[in-house]
Design a binder for this molecule. Structure first.
Ligand code: BGC
Length: 306
């Protein structure tokens, strides 16, 4: 069943099923709530103003390019595109006032799915081409599936993500949650968290090959080995994330503004590698005119012993 109500300037839609219910605001096509068997599992604000004030991308659809682009510029087919920076000289999460702040158009697909669309104009924050973006949320049983689509009328770059912060137990102690990652390497961060270009083996503190407490601060892109990206367990709830994106950003939320506390949730962002437009050897984020971008992520919930 899908219900709809006003949410400030935005509309708030809720898909409710027997296991899972998800609320999505048309502001940023943002997941504001994700309840498994009645228990809230993600961080959110209770008003549209909260989302406009906040700087942490809680539950938002991030784009055009998630994560950082070093020097806020990239080159495509010999042309240099300067972008609008919003983190020092770099661009983070698509630049200022980007996809997470826009009002998307919503459409109900039956009783279990919602599709949000946005037209990003040519030159949006410096990116070339008119891009038609779509994000679909579908609930089946205890699974939330997100599909990301995009088409551009000129060659461009496109690499969206969803930026939910998980707090499965509701205790707000993400460092105590237990995490397993289907990853064997980590993108080495350089100054300003711009990749050095090296991929390091996921060893020592970066080894999540056996499920264990998160324990320390992370803001790293892990290189995935297959579709099972991670398993998170906390307070008797487990969430397994499957995706066809090549990387997963694990961010322990060191910086969260009130009403939230630092480390209250764990951001798990299925994405391309940071600064991909400037690294020809990273998986390509080029979207050619006439091509269709399509990537998916599935969040599968269950009860767990821990
Ligand atoms: C980044 C963090 C950043 C946060 C913004 C994450 O995706 O990796 O560095 O602070 O988003 O909320």
């Amino acid at each position: 069943m899908i219900t709809e109500k006003a949410f400030g300037e935005a509309r708030l839609f809720t898909i409710s099923g027997p296991e899972l219910s998800v609320s999505v605001s048309s502001r940023g096509a943002t997941v504001t709530s994700l309840r498994y068997r009645g228990r809230e599992t993600v961080l959110g604000y209770d008003s549209d103003e909260g989302y406009l004030r906040g700087g942490a991308y809680l539950g938002a659809t991030v784009g055009r390019v998630g994560n950082r682009i070093g020097g806020a510029a990239f080159e495509l087919k010999g042309v240099r595109y300067p972008l609008v920076p919003n983190e020092g000289e770099n661009q983070l999460h698509g630049g200022p006032d980007s996809f997470d702040r826009r009002l998307w158009t919503a459409e109900k697909l039956g009783e279990e799915a919602l599709r949000f669309t946005l037209v990003s104009p040519d030159g949006d924050n410096g990116f070339p081409g008119t891009l038609r973006a779509a994000v679909t949320y579908r609930v089946s049983g205890a699974v939330l599936r997100i599909e990301f689509e995009g088409e551009s009328d000129r060659d461009t770059v496109y690499a969206p993500t969803n930026h939910m912060y998980f707090d499965l137990s509701g205790r707000g102690r993400s460092l105590d949650a237990r995490l397993w990652l289907g990853a064997d390497r980590v993108v080495e961060p350089g100054p300003g968290l711009i990749p050095t270009g090296r991929l390091l083996p996921a060893e020592g503190d970066f080894d999540f090959g056996h499920i264990r407490p998160v324990a320390r601060d992370y803001d790293h892109a892990f290189v995935l080995t297959g579709e099972h990206a991670c398993r998170l367990e906390d307070g008797g709830v487990a969430m397994d994330l499957f995706t066809d994106f090549p990387a997963l950003q694990v961010y322990t939320a060191k910086f969260l503004d009130p009403p939230h506390r630092p480390y209250q949730g764990l951001a798990l962002e299925p994405e391309f590698f940071p600064d991909s437009p400037n690294h020809p050897d990273f998986p390509s984020v080029t979207l050619r005119s006439g091509e269709r971008f399509f990537r998916w992520a599935e969040y599968r919930f269950s009860e767990s012993e821990q």
